[in-house]
Structure formats: C-alpha cells, structure tokens
Ligand binder design. Structure first.
Ligand code: SAM
Length: 290
C-alpha cells in the first residue's frame, strides 16, 4: 500500500506538484499527521456497516482513511481546483464519490439518495472549514437525513461552547441550541502543529449523537431558538432585561412576563447563563401560551 496522503512529505509533494496554495478563505488547513486521522476514524467507529458523508476532503487525507473502513464515502468539496488532485490521490479506492459543491447550498438529502443505497448507517465525519462550522452543523441537524452521529474537527473554542454547561463562561445560545437534540462529547484535542499550513487556533474532535428527549419539548422550535438567542443577546444583563429586549417594555408585556416567570419559579434578576435547556423550553412554551 502507498504511504498515507497525510504523510507530511507526501502532502508537500502533492501541493507542489499541483502548484496549490492552501486557500485561507476556504479554511484550507490540511492534516499532516496520519495517526490523528486514524484516531478520528476510530472515534467515529467506522465499519463496513457505515456510509460516511465528508465535508471538505481537501487533498483526500481523511477521505482515504474513511474509505479503508467504511462501505462508501460521499465527500463534498467546494474548491474545483482540488478535483484533479482528488482524482489522483483517491484513485486506489473504488468506494468514494466526490461531489463538487458548497455544503451550505447543496440539496443534501437528494445527493445522498442519488449516491448512497440507504441500507447503511449514515455518519458525518469531517475536518471542517472553520469559517462556517456553525452553519454547517445547523444545516446537518436541520436536514431530514437520519444521521447516526457526527464526528467533526472544529476550533477548540467552538467545541467548548457546544459542550458548555449552565454557569460556564462559554455557555450560550449555541450550547443550548445544540444540546436541545444532541449529546456533545469532546473526544480529543489536536494542536495547531498537526496541520499544513498551521491555523492560529487549536482544535478538537467533537462527537454529536442524538440525545434522549428532555422531559419537555419546545412547542415551536423557531420560537425556542429565537427566545434563546434573545436571552443571550446581552450576557451581562439580567434575564428580565433581555426578555424586555425581545418582547418590548409595555406594562402589559411586563405583567405577562412577571406572571410567566413566577409560574416557572424563575427569578427575573438571574443571568441568562444560569438557565438550563429545560428552563428555556419551559420559558418559551409558557410565553407562547397566551
Ligand atoms: N479533509 C482535509 C484534511 O483533513 O486535511 C481538508 C480539511 S480543510 C480544514 C477544509 C476543507 O473544506 C477544504 O478542502 C476546503 O476547500 C473545503 N471547504 C471549504 N468550504 C466549503 C464548503 N462550503 N463546502 C464544501 N467544502 C468546503
């Protein structure tokens, strides 16, 4: 077998031969430590029973490792300059499809239906382009696809926000939005030195799996996200002041908010970062009731 694409000398050779300069604007930081890629594949527990969606194959370093274990890999790459490279580097594998598309624009369920047989567990594994980590995650979670799990590399700071608990300084609307449906587990951290070119942040591999439903569910998810975002709009302000910011300050609204908070035994003077996911669900539902 040939040496891994991620081998630093092989990666450098590929980049030189194709006159490629990693594009910062597309978040192109290529992993050049084969062992880290293998650890990502292990964290996602990829087997022949799995089809894998990859975002941003780059020059194919992770794609190759996935293809060695998965049934099929479907990879979405926005940069058409990488297509010839991928043709060459992934030539030894017959279970990879590369689609030249923007992951934020593509009709994912349609392309999945066209390229995968629907008989395998669907997982997402990727070293994400960091400039669009949040929109990619939101898109995946809102899609109609049955995703068994999502194992992705992102900047450590974002991983900490996804994983934060009430009271943590990183706890915010992103934590609540993700934790509504997902368990978040930080698998391991990856130093910036593992990439070519080196990003100026450290990274972490995060595993997201479907969580058991909370005891209450939001009646209206859009309203839930809107309330959560609104409550965290001014972190230093009290919950009360943030709520007035969302709903207005008329005496009627104040009376309504007072009554809702009282019924939930939530003190108006607390900071938004003290509220749990369940608090936010109850609050949104109660606010909508009349
Ligand atoms: N998978 C490779 C690795 O691990 O070395 C490259 C990862 S690099 C951090 C991110 C990749 O995502 C780049 O190849 C970049 O061109 C691609 N990319 C950036 N924006 C994208 C988008 N909107 N849709 C699909 N791919 C994108």
């Amino acid at each position: 077998q040939e040496i891994d694409i991620a081998d630093p000398i092989r990666t450098r050779g590929i980049l030189e031969r194709y006159h490629l300069n990693a594009k910062k604007s597309l978040g192109q930081n290529f992993l050049t430590q084969p062992q880290i890629l293998k650890n990502i594949v292990s964290a996602a527990d990829i087997t022949e029973a799995d089809d894998v969606i990859e975002v941003g194959p780059g020059i194919g370093a992770l794609t190759e490792q996935l293809a060695r274990h998965a049934h099929h890999v479907l990879a979405f790459e926005i940069d058409e300059n990488l297509l010839d490279v991928l043709d060459e580097t992934l030539d030894p594998y017959d279970n990879i499809t590369v689609v030249n598309a923007d992951i934020l624009q593509v009709d994912l369920p349609k392309v999945v239906a066209e390229n995968l047989d629907g008989k395998h567990t669907l997982k997402v594994v990727a070293n994400l382009p960091y400039y669009i980590t949040t929109p990619i995650l939101k898109g995946l979670l809102q899609s109609t696809l049955q995703l068994d799990q999502i194992v992705v590399m992102m900047q450590k700071e974002v991983a900490d926000r996804l994983n934060a608990q009430p009271g943590d300084k990183e706890y915010g609307s992103l934590s609540v939005a993700i934790q509504l449906d997902m368990n978040v587990h930080v698998e391991f951290e990856v130093p910036r030195t593992a990439f070519t070119p080196q990003p100026n942040v450290d990274s972490a591999i995060v595993k997201l799996t479907q969580r058991e439903p909370w005891p209450v569910q939001p009646n209206d998810k859009d309203a839930f996200f809107k309330t959560v975002r609104g409550c965290f709009a001014h972190r230093r302000k009290t919950l009360w002041n943030n709520l007035l910011g969302i709903y207005g300050k008329t005496p009627e609204i104040k009376a309504h908010l007072t009554q809702v908070l009282e019924s939930l035994a939530i003190k108006p003077g607390i900071r938004p970062e003290r509220l749990t996911v369940v608090d936010f669900i109850r609050l949104t539902n109660a606010l909508q009731e009349n």
